[in-house]
Design a protein around this ligand. Structure first.
Ligand SMILES: Cc1cc2nc3c(=O)[nH]c(=O)nc-3n(C[C@H](O)[C@H](O)[C@H](O)COP(=O)(O)OP(=O)(O)OC[C@H]3O[C@@H](n4cnc5c(N)ncnc54)[C@H](O)[C@@H]3O)c2cc1C
Length: 537
């Protein structure tokens, strides 16, 4: 049992808005249904290994009767059970492993979410919370089917409190909308994943998202004061600062425990976010270097000089060429690397800081340093950086986005290792990354239709993350573990560490039904999920 401490649900949250005798699904669909067999127990959390009790996706079941009950809660128009429509939800942005859920529901209120969750608990069904599905680690994969709860229709900004610099938003609100909504108050929402035009605040909370601003402003956990959570048994709790409460909350920081738990602790429905005062001015520079080594050394030198830019991002030659060919910004396509450095803050002193950054670039043999001359030029530069992944389609039919961390000073060594890995596996690996915080994003290019290439891409990704850990870093900086990296958790954590994490999970989700089969390394049987076999077979 988890209590948020003194939280009073509003009238809407108390009210039951569904019918105890739900009507049937009115949609007379000739399409193939995804209903499985009768409902059974679904999964258990073992102490030594996370072993799914239902290994076969077809065994997880949403019977027609359960589907009717779901429709009774959210309305038939907000339930998806036809297989051709469920295919939309068969994967997230990690496309190597796919499996559709048995049903998707699109609730519009916390009461509906709680009722759906209670129904699933009664039937022992897995629940998979979903935002925009932009996860790059397969964290929204319905590994053994189940009911996916998509929050995208809970997308209202409920309240902006400019005086106390906070906003209360529903979980399905798109990240970029928050800054849009508070701009006129001279405020912004700092966490800025490159997916911010589509990813949701609920998804950001569940993955503890970062972005270019992480270097100076921190990640999601530094900007979320509190949130409402529907626990896997349907109970609604509020964790952390309450919407109208003071910031200091006594007791354990359960808010912090849930942030980054990848949808395994319950469904986040409303979030109280912290707003930051918008900088008075920006100075955005583009350093052009002959090599990644020189650009990396510049990153270390800038931080070493006591300058903390709002963002510091690097693109190597291959990605710069793809971005230039897609967006025509004017990047030099023969440069070894380009470094974007954005200084922000009070106008006074910013020009001097920019001069020092230019000097450090030159010291490290920058061929050229450009300074954005207008707000439009700055916006164009960021558009190119944030859409860099989108340009990869010009280079390859498929790519695997890796996400690891190394200490900033080890970046040159890591980049050399990635180049060697590319040679060893015979696959191209361009790099675009958050250089300021050592968060690398090597993009392993391959063709998903070629099983051998899939195998080599997975092996290359594995080698790179292993090296990150050897260098004192981590197997993920911001994209999470999902299904993609669950076996890699054992590289970084001891069995005791993992058991402690499983024990924490059981506090929130004793039945292990909430987003099951994620994060923890499994037994051989767990690693042999059918979708992974299909992709690499
Ligand atoms: C082009 C591109 C660029 C990206 N750049 C970045 C980046 O710079 N930084 C970064 O951190 N990530 C980045 N990502 C990854 C991804 O966008 C983030 O992880 C994002 O936070 C996911 O949000 P979402 O709404 O799409 O969540 P989903 O992908 O739908 O879900 C992600 C996880 O959150 C859980 N979840 C979603 N909503 C809820 C909820 N309401 N309650 C409980 N659990 C929930 C899901 O179960 C799943 O485990 C990028 C992805 C793409 C495709």
């Amino acid at each position: 049992m988890i209590r948020g401490g003194g939280y009073t649900p509003t009238r809407e949250w108390e009210g039951k808005i569904w019918d105890s005798n739900p009507p049937g699904v009115n949609r007379a669909s000739p399409r193939r249904s995804a209903f499985g067999g009768p409902s059974e127990h679904l999964d258990t959390v073992g102490t030594a290994c996370y072993v799914p009790a239902v290994p076969n996706p077809s065994e997880a079941s949403v019977t027609p009767a359960v589907a009717r009950e779901l429709a009774g809660i959210v309305g038939p128009e907000n339930v998806v059970t036809a297989m051709d429509e469920l295919l939309v939800y068969e994967c997230d942005a990690y496309t190597l492993e796919r499996n559709p859920p048995n049903a998707v529901v699109l609730p519009r209120s916390v009461a509906e979410v709680a009722a759906v969750v209670r129904l699933c608990a009664a039937h022992g069904l897995p629940i998979i919370p979903r935002g925009a599905g932009t996860s790059l680690s397969g964290s929204v994969l319905a590994v053994t089917g189940g009911v996916m709860i998509a929050l995208t229709r809970m997308n209202r900004i409920l309240h902006v409190d400019a005086t106390n610099r906070r906003a209360l938003v529903e979980a399905g609100v798109v990240n970029a909308w928050v800054t849009q909504a508070v701009k006129s108050h001279g405020l912004f929402y700092a966490p800025d994943p490159s997916s911010q035009p589509s990813c949701t605040i609920g998804g950001n909370v569940a993955t503890n998202s970062g972005g270019p601003h992480t270097l100076k402003y921190g990640v999601t956990t530094n900007h979320v004061l509190g949130f409402e959570l529907v626990l896997p048994d349907g109970e609604i709790v509020w964790l952390g600062t309450q919407p109208d409460g003071g910031e200091d909350v006594p007791g354990y920081d359960l808010r912090g425990a849930v942030i980054g738990s990848e949808g395994m602790f319950g469904v986040v429905t409303r979030v109280l976010v912290r707003l930051v005062r918008a900088p008075q001015e920006f100075k955005t520079l583009l350093g052009v270097f002959e090599s990644v080594d020189d650009a990396s050394q510049t990153v270390s030198d800038i931080i070493g000089a006591g300058i903390i830019p709002g963002a510091m991002e690097m693109m190597d030659q291959m990605i710069t060429q793809a971005v230039e060919s897609a967006y025509r910004f004017g990047f030099p396509t023969d440069a070894g690397a380009v470094l974007i450095v954005e200084l922000d803050g009070l106008r006074a002193g910013l020009a001097r800081q920019a001069e020092r950054v230019v000097g450090l670039c030159r010291k490290n043999h920058a061929r050229e340093v450009r300074v954005a001359q207008s707000e439009q030029e700055r916006a164009d530069l960021w558009k190119c950086r944030k859409r860099a992944f989108g340009a990869i389609g010009r280079l390859s039919p498929s790519f695997l986005t890796q996400d690891g961390v190394v200490p900033r000073s080890r970046l040159p060594e890591m980049m050399r290792f990635i180049a060697a890995t590319s040679q060893r596996h015979g696959l191209r690996i361009p790099n675009v990354f958050h250089a300021g915080d050592g968060n690398i994003h090597p993009l392993v290019l391959f063709d998903e239709r070629m099983p051998d290439e899939v195998r080599r891409a997975l092996a290359a990704g594995h080698d790179i993350l292993e090296k990150c850990v050897q260098l004192g870093g981590s197997v993920t900086g911001e994209h999470g573990i999902g299904v993609e990296k669950m076996d890699m958790m054992a590289m970084q954590f001891t069995p005791d560490d993992l058991d402690a994490m499983r024990a924490l999970r059981r506090v929130f989700d004793p039945g292990g039904r909430c987003n099951p089969h994620k994060m923890f390394p499994g037994s051989k049987r767990c690693a042999d999920f059918a979708p992974r076999k299909q992709a690499a077979a």
